[in-house]
Design a protein around this ligand. Structure first.
Ligand SMILES: Cc1cc2nc3c(=O)[nH]c(=O)nc-3n(C[C@H](O)[C@H](O)[C@H](O)COP(=O)(O)OP(=O)(O)OC[C@H]3O[C@@H](n4cnc5c(N)ncnc54)[C@H](O)[C@@H]3O)c2cc1C
Length: 406
């Protein structure tokens, strides 16, 4: 057993830290305030070779790993605790990887190099108005004609539609649609790559709108209504009516990277807080001298270490299953660990942010302290994105106790 990063991983980590110090840290507050476009950072990421780490070099990727992707996501979150930059990064890693794994050759050759060049974004469009947790109840309809699908229905919470429309040449979503009657539940769903923009041209057959996000405001959340968007048959991912498992694999991958982002923001919060509690003098003593504060700090730092170990073990398992095809690791183990990691790290980030707000006192209530920006960013994953806390518990319980009783 070796708890060190490999030499290659450590060099990569240092290069991401250097990048983040230079391009992300000075701009993240401006990004959050809408005064500096995230796309500027994305272009720099592409120039620095940070995009497409686990993609095959055939498609411009680096033949890297999800451990490396997790390292990058953690460091980006440390530099941008509002989470706009790391969330862009992790979505545009996990979901294009699903295209690489299940897409037709010509689609991979079209999509993946554009992601790597920073001119393409592939996100996830799964959540529907009747409830995002129950994917098997998906209603978005994919109607088949000769060589294409036409989509009808709504995905009501989708990150990145306006990003693609305004700032990208190319992009769309791994989406899941009903291709057999509703009573077939998860056995009647197909996963598709639904493009909304190609070669700089916005496609017909959908409309969309933006929400006013309370946090992570550099990367907007949208709704999208499909009224006949055409998806060529060749953009089907995997087999028809076998899309549910494919989508779950994408969530498994995204979740370990979300855990890494949450580790990054927690580390940032604890570093900011350490400086503050040592320097803030109340009743003639630094507040760190009060054990109600220093003990809580020690507890949160310990839990950060626990969450990090769990997250990097999950990344290690993810690599074994998805990259190295190690037959001793099965998908249920990956799903279990990645759900555990997401649940643990996200909840820790939110708890740490709330504690930091208390330590900073009244000053934390104002944006100038930036702690609130981190809280609002972490909350996106606490309330739902890529699966709620209860759904993480459901996955772990089902896999450990058995579906028949849970
Ligand atoms: C900032 C942000 C960005 C997002 N981006 C995307 C995106 O890009 N693409 C996308 O598809 N979705 C996205 N989402 C949506 C997210 O995936 C959903 O919010 C999430 O899956 C939960 O779905 P829901 O909000 O409809 O809640 P519901 O499914 O309606 O759940 C409501 C509550 O009931 C609980 N619950 C449900 N079922 C059970 C159960 N069996 N046992 C116990 N409790 C249960 C849930 O835990 C939750 O607390 C985003 C969300 C946010 C906040």
């Amino acid at each position: 057993m070796d708890f060190n990063l490999s030499q290659e991983e450590e060099l990569f980590r240092r290069s991401v830290v250097e990048f983040a110090e230079r391009y992300v840290k000075p701009n993240w507050v401006l990004v959050d305030d809408g005064k500096y476009p995230l796309i500027n950072i994305v272009k720099r990421m592409s120039e620095s070779g940070l995009l497409g780490v686990p993609f095959n070099s055939r498609y411009g990727g680096q033949d890297g790993s999800f451990t490396m992707s997790a390292i990058a996501t953690e460091e980006l979150a440390y530099a941008d605790p509002s989470l706009a930059t790391p969330v862009f990064y992790l979505l545009n890693t996990a979901w294009p990887f699903i295209v690489q794994r299940y897409g037709r050759e010509e689609v991979k050759e079209e999509a993946l190099p554009r992601v790597v060049k920073g001119v393409g974004f592939i996100g996830i469009a799964s959540t529907e108005p009747q409830g995002g947790s129950d994917v098997a109840s998906t209603r978005l309809e994919a109607r088949r004609s000769d060589d294409s699908w036409s989509l009808y229905g709504e995905k009501n919470i989708v990150t990145g539609v306006s990003l693609i429309i305004n700032d990208m040449d190319y992009g769309g979503f791994v989406t899941i649609a009903r291709t057999a009657p509703p009573e077939t539940r998860h056995r009647g769903l197909t996963t598709l790559l639904a493009l909304v923009k190609k070669d700089g041209v916005v496609l017909n057959g959908f409309d969309y709108g933006s929400y006013e996000d309370i946090g992570r405001r550099g990367l907007a959340t949208n709704y999208i209504r499909f009224n006949g968007l055409t998806v060529k048959e060749s953009y089907t991912l995997g087999e028809v009516n076998a899309g549910f498992k494919i989508l779950m694999e994408g969530f498994d991958i995204a979740r370990v990277l979300i855990a890494a982002a949450s580790i990054g923001v927690t580390r940032w919060l604890l570093d900011q807080s350490r400086d503050w509690i040592k320097s803030r003098v109340v009743f003639n003593k630094p507040i760190a001298s009060y054990q109600s504060i220093s003990f809580k700090y020690a507890e949160l730092a310990t839990r950060l270490e626990q969450a990090r170990l769990l997250t990097y073990k999950a990344a290690w398992l993810t690599d074994r299953y998805f990259i190295l095809n190690d037959s001793s690791v099965d998908i249920l183990t990956v799903a279990t660990f990645n759900a555990m990691a997401k649940m643990t790290a996200v909840e820790l980030a939110v708890e740490t942010a709330l504690e930091a707000m208390r330590w900073f006192g009244g000053a934390s209530y104002f944006k100038e302290s930036n702690i609130a920006r981190a809280l609002l960013g972490a909350l996106s994953y606490y309330v739902g994105a890529e699966g709620t806390g209860n759904i993480m518990r459901l996955i772990v319980a089902r896999n450990l106790i058995g579906r028949e009783v849970t």
